[in-house]
Design a protein around this ligand. Structure first.
Ligand code: NOJ
Length: 557
């Protein structure tokens, strides 16, 4: 039984908005903040409590906002500080929460800090970034063997000062130097600036890369090509000296202290990569680090619809992050392929996975459009908006994308939100404008307006599930236990959520056949079925049994 006193952020449901693609209010083909404000009623109606916004700070948009040029301003593409304040107020007036996306690891090369830093070796901001001489003789080679996330040296040469700067991600995103106390202080002040404005939390971009080895030692060789949750290695390197350093684990304790002085409570969610054990360290030795971290297990195609693999992954998560730790469950985000495409757009399967996501112990993160079944859209790499796509267009083997679990171009999962079946799917008020990314061909069928009217739609399934979660304390605060179904374990998943006031059962049929199961209790009361028309669970023909229809998920007590 569980005696944890639950905080709001442990029970919340987070919805991620990619502002460029949610709703355009001006008719220029780019989503913006006033557009988001227009759609808050939709999110409220869906039952969302917390909204996380991918960055809308000032940026040259080379990585669409993940290259920040001013952390305290809103980019004019998206709006103004007034529009942000209005957004924040309207969200809070609805009793909802707002989470901003902070990219602490790096800035844009357009940030004035970097411009100053790059200007001369004795500039006061020189040490705000990581500058080093190249390897001797001649300094023509990068200072060490570290590789950037997408391959190639993680160093870029600047002729004017004859030195190299370090970047973990893309060459226009230089890493800040957190060993410099001025950098830390400035970043902390930026966080306070937004917290004072009332934001309820931060999503922290690639936080595992904040610190690097002070001596910049070479990374050891590894046989691993692609990143996985088994070891911190990729591109034939073990990331011993450039990620997940002990200093980074200490840094998150400082971040927690910073947000902890605020009332009501705020939260931090980390985007960190590593093994589950490494990820566990970001929660802090006494659960006093980040409030939660993204667990990316369910964004991988390996798990997609395999009950045994899902059970083993959830068991591992429960074992490494038992109560009072808060796991997270997500199927996608702005970097990953859309999960419904892995299911070949099968709505019944998507409903099973949604039931799983919203009834496991932890915080679900829903990426915009998942709720209406938005799927991957094909784009040419060469003309891709995403800088990663353009980089990959030079490689001959698209198979790499499958291996690394990333899309070759992230444009695929960032297309405009599908609001209705009209021209431009209601994304923009201008039916003539070409949106910044093309709209999916399936918008006539999969759109909010259609799905709101159809009781069997995926959207209504999300809505019903969110309501059920809100009405049942064991789904918010209960502990978690799998139920062994013996021979049926490769077809079904069953578990209990246990709270002193209530015990709930979740049974999910992953197979295309009807299945009969012994009831774990007499007179089971059906609370939810993925088939909205189903009203009753036990069957008359066989006492003590319940039946699950093909690809049906149920919740009962
Ligand atoms: C991770 C973000 O999710 C991704 O979109 C971004 O490109 C990189 N970090 C760099 O900030």
């Amino acid at each position: 039984m569980n005696n944890t006193k639950y905080k709001w952020w442990q029970k919340t449901i987070v919805y991620q908005i990619y502002p460029r693609s949610f709703k355009d209010s001006t008719g220029n083909g780019f989503g913006d903040i006033p557009g988001i404000i227009e759609k808050l009623d939709y999110l409220e109606d869906l039952g969302i409590e917390t909204i996380w916004f991918s960055p809308f700070f000032t940026s040259p948009q080379q990585d669409h906002g993940y290259d920040i040029a001013n952390f305290r301003e809103i980019d004019p593409i998206y709006g103004t500080m007034e529009s942000f304040d209005k957004l924040s107020k309207e969200i809070h007036d609805k009793g909802m929460k707002i989470v901003l996306d902070l990219v602490l690891n790096h800035t844009s090369i357009e940030h004035h800090w970097f411009k100053e830093s790059a200007s001369s070796k004795d500039n006061p901001k020189r040490d705000w970034y990581i500058w080093r001489d190249g390897k001797k003789p001649g300094g023509r080679k990068p200072p060490n063997n570290w590789k950037a996330i997408l391959g190639g040296p993680a160093w870029s040469y600047y002729k004017n000062t004859d030195q190299w700067f370090y970047f973990h991600f893309l060459p226009f995103q230089p890493d800040l130097n957190y060993r410099n106390p001025e950098v830390k202080e400035e970043i902390f002040n930026i966080m306070r600036f937004w917290l004072d404005k009332g934001v309820d939390g931060f999503r922290l971009d690639i936080l595992h890369t904040i610190f690097e080895d002070i001596e910049l030692k070479n990374n050891p060789f590894s046989w691993t090509l692609t990143e996985s949750d088994k070891k911190s290695a990729s591109l034939f390197q073990h990331h011993k000296y450039d990620t997940n350093l002990p200093e980074t684990y200490d840094f998150v304790l400082e971040l927690r202290k910073l947000v902890e002085v605020y009332e009501p409570e705020r939260f931090l969610v980390g985007e960190v990569f590593g093994t589950l054990k490494e990820l566990r360290k970001y929660y802090g030795p006494d659960n006093n680090g980040l409030h939660m971290n993204f667990l990316f297990e369910f964004t991988s195609s390996a798990l997609s619809f395999n009950p045994k693999k899902i059970v083993s992954t959830v068991s591992k998560i429960e074992q490494i992050l038992p109560l009072p730790y808060t796991p997270t469950y997500l199927y996608g985000n702005h970097d990953r392929d859309r999960y419904i495409s892995r299911l070949k757009d099968n709505i019944q399967k998507a409903k099973i996975l949604t039931t799983l996501q919203l009834t496991l112990r932890g915080v679900p993160y829903i990426y915009y459009g998942e709720e209406i079944g938005m799927s991957n859209v094909k784009f040419k790499l060469r003309t891709s908006e995403d800088p990663i796509g353009r980089k990959f267009s030079k490689f001959p083997f698209p198979i790499i994308s499958k291996l690394i679990g990333f899309s070759l171009t992230r444009d695929r999962c960032r297309t405009p939100m599908q609001w209705n079946a009209k021209n431009n799917t209601g994304f923009t008020p201008n039916p003539e404008v070409k949106p910044w990314l093309k709209i999916s061909d399936n918008y006539k069928k999969n759109n909010v307006s259609n799905e709101e009217k159809n009781p069997e739609s995926l959207l209504n399934c999300y809505k019903r599930l969110i309501e059920v979660r809100g009405d049942n304390i064991s789904l918010q605060e209960g502990s978690f236990e799998f139920i062994n179904l013996g021979k049926l374990n490769n077809k079904c998943i069953a578990y209990k959520r246990i709270h002193e006031k209530q015990e709930l059962f979740v049974y999910l049929n992953f197979s295309g056949k009807e299945i009969l199961l012994k009831t774990p209790k007499s007179n089971p009361e059906l609370i939810f079925s993925t088939l909205s028309s189903r009203k009753k669970l036990d069957i008359d023909v066989l006492d003590g049994y319940i039946n699950l229809n093909p690809l049906e998920g149920v919740i009962f007590k």
